[in-house]
Design a protein around this ligand. Structure first.
Ligand code: ADP
Length: 567
């Protein structure tokens, strides 16, 4: 048509961008290609921050982390078939971790795909996504784009958050419709995650149970961190005096040096507690499913969770509290004056005594590691810990086997939602995507503490970090191997399956970032301090003793035991 009538027209691409803006989406993480390149360009031109990655799973992990950090669904944009599948890894991981995220993917021509005529990047993406996501939707008409985006956002963030797939075929992106009708078809989601409060009887049941406890324990999970109920949680824990255990991503909800934290006496706390209140934490493998002998077989459970189907998944829940953590904790506070729930001093003393023993044991290990040559994990991590203490606002991203176990226990968090890690799946590959999201969403510095194997899954995103000039320091704990780096080569001369070799500091230099190689804790300290002060992309390759580290870290028991394989 002529120029005048084109003014009165819009298309699918514009409608997607307009719908995202109307719903206050500020950043989109993705990888461009057919059919979404113009969508990314238009998003950027309209003021949305488009962050272009090298691989879709890293872009997806970034969107998931953005969802956790902001409480609004992170948006990932992918191309058809292979790009879509790469992103799907992150969508599935987001769903498992209860992070709100929407993966918007272009897809190929429906009339070709559905008859399997062999289209460019042919795949039934909707069917593929469905089993890995909280929900999957497809838009067939440009006039439904606003509805599709509203529905995706609502589904991702309400109730138990998760990953939502939104399929938009190329033909819909290119569909031209009347601009006024298009604008009228968009809407803004009102109160995307409505609050939910349990009834008074349920609250009283929980309070009575907690009040009857002789050895009560609160477990805080990442659902509690996600809920942004920091004040209510702190008030409840401190008013009742109940000892609490932070799951890894709940660290910092209360500062890790809090006197009521039982992080240093976790096994005793689980084994002995008689009433356990789970707050946004599942009784999954990370908590031994609540089973004896790791847990007291007679323990009674209170569970605060937004998802009612989570309750009774592993153990009988004596006092269910279905609702959002913020509302539930507030309601509990309103009904428990001081003195209603108290903690017998015997329990506090028992925990304190064990904690003192464990801290002393750990202090010896830390002291030995400080002077060890070659450097050990704990030598490097103490240096990282000390520099992070000078930078309490820095975000910490953490993945690996030993790198995860040891960093989690060594590095305390002071503020909520500043630690992002391998999460519910124990997945590798989240590292740089999570780090990029933390930097983009907050503008604050990020330290990504990575095992050398874990780093490799998203290592190419160093280029993304450098291209956007993000204040991320990647610390690679490089012991030249998966788990360890000391396995002998095979008889054929091939390296062992667990072997790795890399100078990661040289890698970042190729992209214009600053690389450091550290062989002693002092060098780690100096490098990390300088890198954080510069506020520029940097990587510290920490050369770790290849004999340091244990197979599979803390979860070696999950390896199948058949006829013994020589390690
Ligand atoms: P962790 O791994 O830290 O133990 P999980 O991911 O296992 O934590 O558990 C998080 C739980 O929190 C999930 O069962 C989820 O349904 C719940 N959850 C998420 N958001 C909220 C919220 N706002 N209020 C209450 N529960 C929530």
């Amino acid at each position: 048509g002529d120029v005048v009538s084109a003014d009165r027209l819009t298309d699918g691409i514009h409608l997607v961008v307009d719908a995202l803006k109307l719903n206050e989406v500020e950043a989109v993480y993705g990888v461009v290609g057919i059919p979404i390149t113009d969508l990314a360009r238009l998003a950027q031109a309209s003021g949305i921050r488009f962050v272009g990655f090298r691989h879709e799973s890293a872009a997806g992990h970034a969107a998931a982390a953005a969802g956790f950090l902001t409480g609004k669904p992170g948006i990932c944009l992918t191309v058809s078939a292979p790009g879509f599948l790469n992103g799907l890894v992150a969508l599935a991981n987001a769903t498992v971790n209860c992070f709100p995220m929407v993966q918007i993917s272009g897809s190929s021509e429906r009339h070709l795909v559905d008859l399997q005529r062999g289209d460019y990047e042919e795949m039934d993406q909707l069917a593929a996504a469905r089993q890995f996501a909280k929900a999957a939707y497809r838009v067939h008409r440009a006039e439904d784009i606003g509805r599709g985006i509203a529905r995706a956002i609502r589904t991702a963030v309400s109730g138990r958050p998760g990953g939502v797939y939104l399929d938009i075929p190329a033909a819909v992106l290119g569909e031209v419709i009347d601009a006024q009708a298009g604008a009228a078809s968009l809407w803004r989601v009102v109160d995307p995650a409505p609050r939910q409060v349990p009834e008074p009887a349920a609250l009283d049941r929980a309070i009575d149970l907690l009040a009857s406890a002789r050895r009560p324990l609160v477990v805080l999970g990442k659902g509690a961190a996600y809920a942004r109920a920091d004040d209510q949680i702190r008030e409840f824990v401190e008013r009742t005096g109940v000892p609490y255990l932070p799951m890894s991503m709940a660290k910092g909800l209360l500062p890790d040096d809090h006197p009521q934290s039982v992080a240093s006496t976790r096994s005793l706390a689980l084994r002995r507690a008689d009433v356990v209140m789970l707050v946004g934490a599942r009784l999954n493998w990370l908590l031994g499913h609540g089973d004896a002998p790791q847990w007291n077989a007679d323990a009674k459970f209170i569970q605060v969770d937004i998802a009612s189907t989570e309750l009774d998944s592993n153990q009988p829940i004596a006092a269910p509290l279905v609702g959002d953590v913020g509302s539930v904790m507030q309601a509990l506070l309103d009904r428990t004056g001081s003195g209603r729930i108290t903690v017998p001093s015997q329990w506090r003393d028992e925990l304190a005594a064990r904690s003192a023993e464990n801290v002393a044991k750990m202090a010896k290990r830390l002291a030995a590691a400080e002077t060890a040559h070659p450097m050990r994990f704990l030598g490097a991590l103490q240096a990282v810990r000390d520099v992070l203490r000078e930078n309490p606002r820095a975000y910490v991203v953490n993945e690996g086997a030993n790198a995860l176990d040891l960093a989690r226990n060594t590095i305390g968090m002071q503020v909520p939602r500043h630690r992002l890690d391998s999460g519910t799946w124990g997945v590798m590959g989240i590292g740089l995507g999570f780090a990029i999201a933390a930097a983009v969403e907050s503008g604050d510095p990020v330290v990504a503490i990575e095992g050398d194997s874990a780093f490799g899954f998203s290592g190419m995103e160093l280029e993304t970090i450098c291209r956007y000039g993000l204040p991320i320091v990647t610390v690679v704990l490089n012991n030249s191997g998966v788990y360890r780096g000391d396995a002998a080569a095979s008889e054929s001369g091939d390296p062992a399956p667990t072997a790795l070799q890399a100078r990661h500091d040289l890698m970042i230099a190729a992209f214009g970032g600053k690389g450091y190689r550290a062989t002693t804790p002092d060098e780690v300290t100096a490098a990390l301090r300088e890198a954080l002060a510069l506020g520029k992309p940097a990587l510290v390759d920490c050369v770790i003793d290849p004999t340091d580290g244990t197979e599979s870290g803390n979860i070696a028991h999950l390896n199948p035991k058949g006829i013994t394989v020589q390690r």
